[in-house]
Design a binder for this molecule. Sequence first.
Ligand SMILES: Nc1nc2c(ncn2[C@@H]2O[C@H](COP(=O)(O)OP(=O)(O)OP(=O)(O)O)[C@@H](O)[C@H]2O)c(=O)[nH]1
Length: 399
Amino acid sequence: MEMDSQAAKAASRQVAQKLRLRRSLMAAGAGFASILVLMVAWYLGYVFWSPIELIAFLLIVSVGHLLFPWIIFSGRNLRYSDPSLTSSQLGWHLAIGTYVMYAAPEIRSLLVINLLLIMLFAVFRFHPRRLPVIALILVVAYGLAVFAQVTFSPIDIHWPHETLTALVFLLAVTGICLLGGEIGGLRMALKNRNAHLALAMQRIEELAVTDELTGLYNRRHLMRILKRQKGLSDRGGYEFSIGFVDLDFFKQVNDRFGHGVGDQVLAKVASEIRHSLRDVDYVARIGGEEFVIVLAQTAELEALRIAERLRADIERLIIEVGEDHPTVKLTTSVGIAQYAPEESLENVMARADQALYAAKECGRNCIIGETDLQASAFPERRPEEDLDEEVMEASVREA
Ligand SMILES: Nc1nc2c(ncn2[C@@H]2O[C@H](COP(=O)(O)OP(=O)(O)OP(=O)(O)O)[C@@H](O)[C@H]2O)c(=O)[nH]1
């Protein structure tokens, strides 16, 4: 189970990395498309750079565009708190966009599209609450480009045209910001719903494998576990044993304290069984007061030792069941069988059941292994056989 969840986490990390790489390549692609436009603009005389300046700019920008996908591809992004590198990528594209708007003032009204693209990108990556801040940063960037032109550029500013561009830009940014709020709201709702669905799925998966009263595995999952163990054993070099565990005279608990208390006692005993076993073992509840333990990598002799420890633990257990502190003490009988490679699961389960039957016949509160069963003349199990009422006394005691 642990292995399964680790594999699932690794797979979802891989999917997330692929998505980040795809987004970063898209951003780099958009960046290179802008470079192409810039080169055409330069060729047409809209950018006041010498060829050397243009080449230097193109080289620096190309390296920058490729840097982000490379960081993600190499996995270095996972060291940072934001592995998507969203803010850094937006910052990088914004810096270039602003500089180009300063360098090509005559086509600034076209270049603002780059800033609007950044805003759109932000809509899909940031929480709606952060969008106004991003919009403000873009407006400041636009203002900086205008300020730089007025202060440093040899080209005079054309104020009517600039004012109109600024107005359209402001309107567009505000529009995207408002729309982004709506889209972001939907995105958040979808995210929450997905989280709820994931929790519900997890709960359904838990319910499908567990017994509701005790939290132990149910019969269906037990069969899955046994099939896996059988597969390992049939390949060779691996052995496992199973134990049928049945509480003695449990009916008396119900008769004396009622079914509700019986349930509490079952849950308590189940948890005791779980704690008594090793981490590598499995336990399932297959019926009222019947449990099956699967002892991984364990031959019969060792299984008998583990079962004896379990029997002693349950015998020691004192369960409080009422307000005036009546207590219940129980004993348990266990039948153990070791799986023989290539045999059917029904076979080994029948042998463990037979051993349990013999343990009951021997007076209960004891462990019988299948080898004991073969060596002695234990009675064969007879279905529906009446139990000897005399041995029932004193197994369930009230304090
Ligand atoms: N409280 C509770 N009782 C259950 C549940 N399932 C089965 N039982 C009870 O478990 C008892 C089992 O009784 P028997 O099969 O006679 O077995 P026993 O009294 O434990 O006697 P031996 O197994 O022969 O030692 C019955 O009284 C069932 O009603 C359950 O989910 N909750």
